[in-house]
Design a protein around this ligand. Structure first.
Ligand code: LMR
Length: 392
């Protein structure tokens, strides 16, 4: 009989941390692992605006029949207007299963249009960026984005990568709240980058997964808006997982923002056709809920208030960490949920095993996972494992 032989599955390290944390019975455990927001009780609550929209949807929905390959286009348009209001580009897209679905469609579309193109990715990056984009058959090249020891963005290396890229290559950009470093470009650097990318005919693919959780919604979207205005064509992968707290509902959208409308129209149709070959159509619920929130001014304002409470909490935790340890000063200068501590794998293991403090293997912490009263234990544990902070 033919054997059905499979290689030993290698679990995703970030998602494995969730299971490891859950199985830990120590009562003082701290979860700084996977990137989900936590409130002051350590919960990841359903936002009030979302709850209200869900109950409205429950009352209103007349049918669950198919919507089509690009999903809920009213949601796509409404979210598109939030991300790129008054854009001079034509912005068309498709609803996707989360930001990952959007990234996959963006990578597939790019690969179809530029079969010999290379996608440039700055390291470190979200660990799934390379597997997800390379699974389309796309070639990738990497450059150094960030130096962990000094906690500085290596902007020169980024510009050099853009200079050495061929016309028609693509570059994957984190629109804000860089994952895993929390270190974004300054507005001046974004301006330089936008001009260089545009001049060299490089296609930006922007991943926006944490907008609203850094400096506030508009500031977090400023770089994306700037790139779209500067470049002929920009692909955007947008997630509602974090800023709407819709993680498991898999809510996102992919956009082509193009300065010729025909390209945007073709891209939109292609997104649907690509989706057809992978999952056919996206799940409806999350997108319908986000649409109801964004189309109702009362719910939208409630959501914006809730989002601003979240960002205030994250930024006050950042300030408190820096306050309690000079070795964490840089944490207060970074944005979004993550910072990348210069820790060795052995130090990360000791934090998890000896101190029940969970963080990603590369030293990434999810700041939102900490409670203010846990910061001193975190700082003590860092000292105990020999954490030295950054180079002076
Ligand atoms: C993270 O980076 O922790 C999140 O984006 C969750 C994930 O899917 O990896």
């Amino acid at each position: 009989m033919a054997q059905f032989s499979l290689p030993e599955p290698q679990p995703d390290p970030l998602l494995q941390l969730i299971a490891q944390y859950r199985a830990d019975t120590r009562s003082d455990k701290i979860d700084l692992g996977v990137g989900v927001y936590r409130d002051k009780h350590g919960n990841t609550p359903v936002m009030e605006a979302v709850k209200t929209a869900e109950s409205n949807l429950h009352g209103q929905q007349q049918s669950k029949s198919y919507l089509g390959l690009t999903g809920d286009l009213e949601f796509v348009e409404t979210l598109g207007n939030l991300i790129l209001p008054n854009s001079s580009a034509t912005v068309l897209g498709a609803q996707t299963p989360g930001g990952s679905g959007a990234l996959r469609l963006a990578a597939e579309l790019y690969h179809t249009a530029h079969p010999n193109g290379t996608l440039w990715v700055g390291l470190p990056t979200w660990p799934n960026h390379l597997p997800l984009t390379e699974s389309t058959g796309l070639k990738t090249a990497t450059y150094a984005y960030f130096d962990q020891a000094t906690q500085r963005v290596q902007f020169d290396s980024m510009l050099q990568a853009v200079q050495s890229a061929k016309a028609g290559d693509a570059i994957l950009l984190h629109g804000c709240c860089h994952n895993p470093t929390g270190a974004d470009l300054s507005l001046d650097q974004w301006l330089t980058l936008a001009t260089t990318i545009a001049n060299r005919n490089i296609i930006p693919i922007i991943d926006i997964a944490y907008h609203g959780l850094g400096k506030g919604l508009d500031q977090d979207l400023a770089a994306t808006r700037l790139i779209v205005e500067s470049c002929e064509q920009t692909l955007i992968a947008a997630s509602c997982s974090k800023n709407f707290g819709m993680y498991r509902d898999r809510t996102g959208a992919v956009y082509m923002a193009a300065h010729d409308s025909k390209t945007a129209q073709r891209a939109q149709a292609m997104f649907g056709l690509i989706a057809r070959k992978i999952y056919s159509m996206p799940p409806d619920h999350g997108a319908a809920v986000v649409r109801l929130v964004l189309q109702d001014s009362v719910l939208k304002n409630l959501w914006l208030d809730e989002l601003s409470t979240m960002v205030q909490r994250v930024n006050s935790l950042r300030a408190e960490m820096a306050n309690q340890s000079p070795h964490l000063n840089f944490v207060a200068t970074q944005f979004g949920m993550f910072s990348l501590l210069p820790l060795t794998p052995a130090q990360v293991d000791a934090l998890i095993n000896t101190h029940s403090i969970y963080l990603a293997g590369d030293g990434r912490i999810n700041v939102a996972g900490c409670q203010p009263e846990q910061i001193s234990r975190f700082v003590d544990a860092l000292n105990e494992v020999g954490y030295q902070g950054t180079e002076k």
